[in-house]
Structure formats: C-alpha cells, structure tokens
Ligand binder design. Structure first.
Ligand code: FBP
Length: 550
C-alpha cells in the first residue's frame, strides 16, 4: 500500500500512555455503584452486572496471565482513532501473554452473528497504527438485541476459544454491549464483554467518561475548514457562509467548532428546544444579525448550523414524528407517481398543526423529509439540507424587510456541509493517545476477568502520563427510556448542557462575535509534530468543563 509521507511518519508514532499502564498494574475496586436513574428497573434487568464497583489501577507486581483470545467489533459511524483502540488492545493482550490472539469481526456487529472475521496479526495491526478510518475490519449499524444473535455470537466464540468481546461504539452500541454482557454472564458462557466510548458526536459522556474518542479530531478538522472560510470571508467580504456540521442529535460538535473559530452566528439545537423556538424564530435570529451587520456595510459572515437542529424545533419534531408513522411501510404512498401527488397525500393525512408547518417549508426540503428514511423508518438528518432551508427562509425575510425599507444590504450565500470530511481524518495526537490508552485499558480489564465494563480514561486535560485509566460498570450509565413504544434500558445520551461552561462561554461572547470583524479565529490544520501546546491540546469543551479555560 503506497503511503503519504505523513502516513509513513505516523506509522512509527508511539502513542503516549498513562504512566500507570507502563507498569504492571493491580486493580483497586471502589464501592458498589448504581445506575443514574431507574435503579430498581435496571437492577432487575441486569442482576448479574448491576452494582459492580468502579475499577482503578495502581502499580502492582508482575503476574502470570494465561493467553486470552479476544474478538473486537467496530460499531456505528466512523470516528478517528478506532484503529488505535485496536492496536492498544492488541499490544495490551500481547503484554498479558504473547500467545494471546485478537480476532476482528467484519462489518460491525453483524460479523459476530454471521461469523465473518479475520485474525488481526502484528503485520496487519502495524499497517493501521495511528491511521484514521475503520477499514481495518469495517463497521456497521446492526443492533445486537436478540437472544438468537447472542447465541450465534457465542457459537463463534466457542469455535475460536474467544474469552472476551470488545465493542467499540456509541451509546446504543454500548447499551447492546451491556445487554450482551448480562446475557453471557447469566448463562455462565465464559465470554466477557467490554465497551469502548466512540462517536464524533461527543454525546457519550458522563461523570466517568469525559469524552468519546473521535470528537477531538473531527472538531479540529471542521474548525480548520471554518477558519479557512473565515479568512476568505475577511478577504473577499462578499458572502454569507452557512455551514452545517455533523452530529446526529446533540450540538457538541457545533459548539466546540464555534469555541475554536468564533463565527458570527452559532445555532445550538438544545437552546432552540429549551426556548420553544419556531423555525421562523430561528430565521429571525439570523436575520437580526444580517441586518445589523449590513447597516455597517458588512454584507458577509459565517453561520454554524448543527445537523440535528430540525428535530429540536418542537413543531418540526412533531411533523417528523407524524411523517415517520405515516410513511413507515406505506405502500399507498410509495405507489404514487409524481411529487405533487405525494405532497397532496401527505398534506391530507397530517394533523392541522403539522400540515401548516409542512406547507410552509420550501418544497425541496418538504420532499426530503418524506423521502430519506433509514432502515428503522426514521428521517436521516445528515441528508436534510437545513443550511439551505435557512438560507432560503432568511433571504425571503430580508426581501420583505427590503420592501419595507428596513434593510439595504446584499445577501449572497454559500452553503456547506462538513461531516464525512472529518470522520476518518488522521487522529490528532490527543485521539491517537486516548484511543490507544482505551484499548490498552480494555486489555487489562479482560486480563482481570471483568465483564460489563466500559474502558475509561480520565483526567484528560492533564498530560497523558497523568491520565487515569480504569473501568466503569456500563449499568451505572443507564436509565429507562421509551424506544419504539416500549420502555428500554439505555445509556443516557449527553446533550449540550445549557448551564455547562462551554455553552455559557458561547453565550458570554456571541454578541461580540456577531458584530465584529476582528474576532474570527483561524485554527489551521491539526499538527502532529511540534510544541505540545500546538500538538496535544484537548478540545475547548474539555478545557472549559474542567475549569482550565476562562
Ligand atoms: P455514531 O453515533 O454511530 O458515532 O455516528 C455518528 C454520525 O457520524 C452522525 O454524526 C451522523 O448523523 C451519522 O453518523 C451519519 O450516519 P451514516 O454513517 O450512516 O451516514
């Protein structure tokens, strides 16, 4: 495989490990834990894995470990650093015992069920160290929920003598990991399950998981692009750029990118929902800034739009829910030939409130809401061009104001969507180190016979040597939520906290960013070699949450 000079150099980068992991470790077990909410329900559903203690590591004596065979699964959307979780796991297992083996299940969780796997040898691992992507074994979105799937998985584990499975995924995949761990523990199957916190969206975090991996690199890549556009904006002074940023639901990515680049406008879905804003309220909030800047001759600027925005506008959320119900396996609708027939059909079936919202949408967006659904029947938000919707509606409003003599500016726009550009980037030093440490930590938990734990590495705003690795019972992160009409145990998704330090920082500065021309920040590309304050800096979100940034 031909490598770029950077890729070749990164192949020999040795990720930094927490100091304790460079030694022989022994476990320090805390007191019993409980779930974040709904303790009785979660305890009943997870009798074998509920209440386990948080695990820490300290320097210990050298021990003899029997060889272990481990299967690893990458689950869900790509996130930079996945390959380093696997290489950290591999190195850790070989340190436990050089005869340990690592298998990779192919194409996500379905690889376990369908018995598709490869053995990950040293030469394969070496080819993927410090690279982006999930291509070493591929990923997928199959949910592991059914006992038949668990039993099929057990069959292949028995055949390969696999003692443990590591699932690298987001909140849903780790919920599934927890259910799988419980099932295997209940049946004394001898297979442990360990989770690792992955997702660029940054919404798998809590008291014990400071951030999910991939968030750091993805945000740095998007922030570089935003900064480059802001330089262009400052130079040409002629366009408003609307940039939609990936993040299925929570706005953490958009918020972090705003903290890194200081755009003129940054929308946060959680705030829109909390303030019960309508689409036209959101549009008006943008119009206000455009008009004010235009009054000073500044007919340009930057707007950050979170991917999930549309589902956080209460009226849109209701419309989407109605459309999801209406269009699920709807042969009648699918049989209609023209867009117009489909539009009329939908309008006739919606509630009066949702019909009004649907009718007001530009036709192209209304059509997207009815066409693009995932296999579970939900709208795929990453395919809805919210930034174009906002541009169209802002332009309409400005034309009205122009007619009334209240606006004299020029509104030329360019739209962007930054998503897939960042999901497979070469991991930043932070993600390379963090992921390697997560994988290495998982190997220690496996060696010590633990199951139902998520690999955890904390104290992430300190130098890597001072990071604190350990294990957190997954049941500790769970609560009951309604999913597809039934109450299910799930890991709580972390949305942007409106009383949290990162959002408060945005609120404290956004008026100045809206009006000024001098406040843009140009982060530039991720740096891998050079001063530590340039190369190893964690996200602003982490720094603010840990009181390390004012
Ligand atoms: P995960 O939650 O699985 O990490 O995926 C995140 C994500 O990248 C979202 O930001 C985005 O909305 C979605 O995946 C896109 O999905 P797909 O990869 O199926 O296009």
């Amino acid at each position: 495989m031909k490598k770029s000079p950077l890729q070749a150099a990164r192949a020999s980068y040795q990720p930094k490990l927490p100091a304790v992991l460079r030694e022989h470790v022994s476990l320090v077990e805390g007191t019993p834990t409980q779930s974040v909410a709904d303790q009785d329900d979660i305890k009943t559903l997870f009798p074998n894995t509920y209440g386990m203690p948080i695990i820490g590591f300290e320097k210990g004596e050298q021990k003899q470990y029997a060889p272990v065979n481990v299967g690893v699964i990458l689950s869900g959307g790509q996130a930079p650093g996945g390959h380093n979780v696997i290489s950290g796991l591999f190195d850790g297992l070989k340190k436990l015992n050089p005869d340990s083996r690592l298998y990779g299940f192919l194409g996500g969780p379905s690889g376990l069920v369908d018995h598709k796997y490869i053995e990950l040898t040293a030469s394969i691992i070496d080819d993927y160290r410090n690279t982006g992507g999930f291509d070493i074994i591929g990923s997928g979105r199959t949910k592991l929920e059914e006992t038949e799937q668990f039993d099929k998985g057990l069959e292949i584990c028995k055949k390969l003598n696999i003692n443990a499975i590591v699932i690298i995924g987001g909140d849903d995949s780790n919920t599934n990991a927890c259910v799988l761990a419980e099932y295997y523990a209940k049946n004394n199957s001898g297979v442990q399950v360990i989770g690792c916190p992955k997702t660029i969206d940054g919404d798998l975090k809590n008291e014990m998981i400071e951030t999910s991996f991939g968030f750091d690199t993805a945000c740095k890549i998007y922030s570089e692009l935003i900064g480059n556009i802001q330089r262009d904006v400052s130079s040409s002074k002629k366009y408003w750029h609307f940039m939609r940023l990936m993040g299925r639901s929570a706005s953490h990515i958009t918020l972090e990118c705003a903290l890194q680049s200081q755009p003129n406008i940054c929308l946060i879905s959680e705030e829109v929902e909390a303030n019960n804003m309508t689409l036209s309220d959101v549009v008006n909030s943008i119009v206000e800034v455009v008009v004010e800047r235009a009054s000073r001759g500044l007919n340009y600027g930057t707007v950050l739009v979170p991917e999930g925005l549309i589902e956080f506008i209460p009226a849109m959320k209701k419309l989407i829910a109605e459309l999801n119900d209406l269009l699920a396996h709807n042969e009648e609708f699918n049989g209609l030939e023209t867009d117009d027939e489909k539009r009329q059909y939908v309008k006739a079936k919606l509630s009066p409130e949702s019909r009004a919202v649907y009718s007001d949408l530009p036709k192209g967006i209304a059509k997207q809401l009815t066409l693009d659904r995932d296999p579970h029947g939900n709208v795929q938000v990453s395919l809805i061009e919210t930034e174009k919707l906002l541009i169209e509606m802002v332009a309409k409003k400005l034309a009205l104001l122009k007619g009334e003599g209240k606006y004299k500016g020029k509104f030329s726009t360019i739209n962007h969507f930054f998503g897939y550009e960042g999901r497979c980037g070469i991991p930043s030093n932070f993600d390379a180190d963090y992921c390697y440490s997560l994988g290495y930590t998982a190997s220690v938990l496996i060696g010590e016979g633990k199951t139902g734990y998520m690999s955890s590495v904390r104290n992430l705003t300190a130098p890597a040597a001072e990071w604190v690795p350990g294990g957190v019972p997954i049941t500790m992160m769970m609560n009951m939520e309604r999913r597809h009409g039934a109450m299910k145990p799930v890991i709580q998704k972390a949305l942007v906290k409106l009383d949290g330090a990162p959002f408060r920082y945005l609120v404290a500065h956004r008026d100045e960013w809206a009006s000024s021309c001098q406040t843009y920040i140009y982060p530039g590309p991720i740096q891998y070699y050079g001063p530590t304050e340039v190369c190893d800096m964690p996200t602003r979100t982490l720094l603010l949450e840990h009181g390390k940034m004012k």
